[in-house]
Design a protein around this ligand. Structure first.
Ligand code: IPM
Ligand code: MN
Length: 352
């Protein structure tokens, strides 16, 4: 198989973790006789420094033409504490998601036997947890009209959703539930928000096409609590953009570290694969960041290409390192390996 992959290393630890993923993809290509061609492009703070724009036109062009996009991380502290800035790194990622209509962000949450004892949560609560968050990614409060009055004392962010935007991700979520334990939980705030009531109505309508899937509803405040109290109850969680952003960071505590979690952002024509963590500026260049979120994102990329055996091998290799207690500092602050060592162990496992 011959595929073109756009690679966006981005900011902070993005380049270090993405490098490990590219090594992993190369090891897979070699073993299975594929050819992956990489086109590197700029996004975020890195792109602002080099071009003045967080999302250069060339990046959009390369991504549109590619078969898939591998993305690292975005964000830089020099933009974090100045709310008056007009140009910000995050605009790059949000703009790219919108430009490519990557409307469904898929975030699997599961546990690893060897990491259970490292979680701040009790083992009996988290063992065998296995659910997927379907987060809407191109609508809602993230993309509604943003306003501030002339003297800078009143601001607003509009939250807006259309039936179409809800339907297209709901279908993907129901289809995924059908392949799994056939349970879908819609997380919303329908007791307060009009948009949430639209979500409930549309999702309820669609559910008649998926009669074998049990549909439940949870308010987001209760969902935040249930994810910690009893995460095993979930199979597929479907939710809007901002709720999905928040509960997925929360859910990462179940796996052991946000550094472990991958995601796929899917549109009708394009797909981008990104760890759910941020740019982790304090760790930049230190070779301590966890590359597994990125490497598992590559596994999702391979699956998207239909390369199931290849994807399984990447996941198996990751599992092997974790089971043998080869982990980065975010997971075990005493006995830890470097970013590049973990990457190399995974490559070696694939090769042998
Ligand atoms: C994520 C991130 C982004 C988001 C930021 C960097 C804009 O937190 O992918 O979860 O809020 O979507
Ligand atoms: Mn987030």
């Amino acid at each position: 198989m011959n595929k073109n992959i756009a690679v966006i290393e981005g900011d902070g630890i993005g380049p270090e973790v993405t490098k490990q993923s590219v090594n992993v993809l190369n090891a897979i290509a070699k073993k299975f006789g594929h050819k992956f061609n990489y086109s590197y492009c700029l996004l975020g703070a890195d792109a602002i420094d080099k071009t003045g724009s967080p999302l250069p036109a060339e990046t959009i062009e390369i991504c549109l033409e590619s078969d898939a996009i591998l993305f690292g991380a975005i964000g830089h502290p020099k933009y974090d504490n100045d709310p008056t800035l007009k140009i910000r790194p995050e605009q790059g990622l949000l703009g790219l998601r919108k430009a490519l209509e990557l409307f469904a962000n898929i975030r699997p949450i599961n546990t690893y036997q060897s990491l259970l004892h490292l979680s701040p949560l009790k083992i009996k609560i988290i063992e065998n947890v296995d659910f997927i968050i379907f987060r809407e990614l191109t609508g809602g409060i993230y993309f509604g009209k943003k306003e501030i009055n002339s003297d800078g004392t009143i601001a607003s962010d509009e939250c807006i959703y259309s039936k179409m935007e809800i339907e297209r991700i709901a279908h993907l979520a129901f289809q995924s539930a059908q392949q799994r334990r056939k349970k879908l939980t819609l997380v919303d705030k329908a007791n307060v928000l009009e948009t949430s009531r639209l979500w409930r109505k549309v999702v309820q309508e669609i559910s008649s096409q998926y009669k074998n899937v049990e549909l439940n509803f949870l308010y987001v405040d209760n969902a935040a609590m249930q994810i910690i109290l009893n995460p095993k109850q979930f199979d597929i969680i479907l939710t809007e953009n901002m709720f999905g952003d928040i509960i997925s960071d929360e859910a990462s505590v179940i796996s052991g570290s946000i550094g472990l979690l991958p995601s796929a952002s899917i549109g009708n024509k394009n797909a981008l694969f990104e760890p759910i963590h941020g740019s982790y500026p304090q760790a930049t260049g230190k070779d301590i960041a966890n590359p597994i979120g990125s490497i598992l994102s590559s596994a999702m990329l391979l699956e998207y290409f239909g390369l199931i055996e290849e994807s399984s091998l990447v996941k198996k290799s990751v599992q092997w390192t974790l089971e043998n207690k080869f982990v980065t500092k975010d997971i075990d602050s005493i006995n830890f390996s470097s970013t590049s060592t973990i990457g190399k162990l995974i490559v070696d496992f694939i090769e042998k």
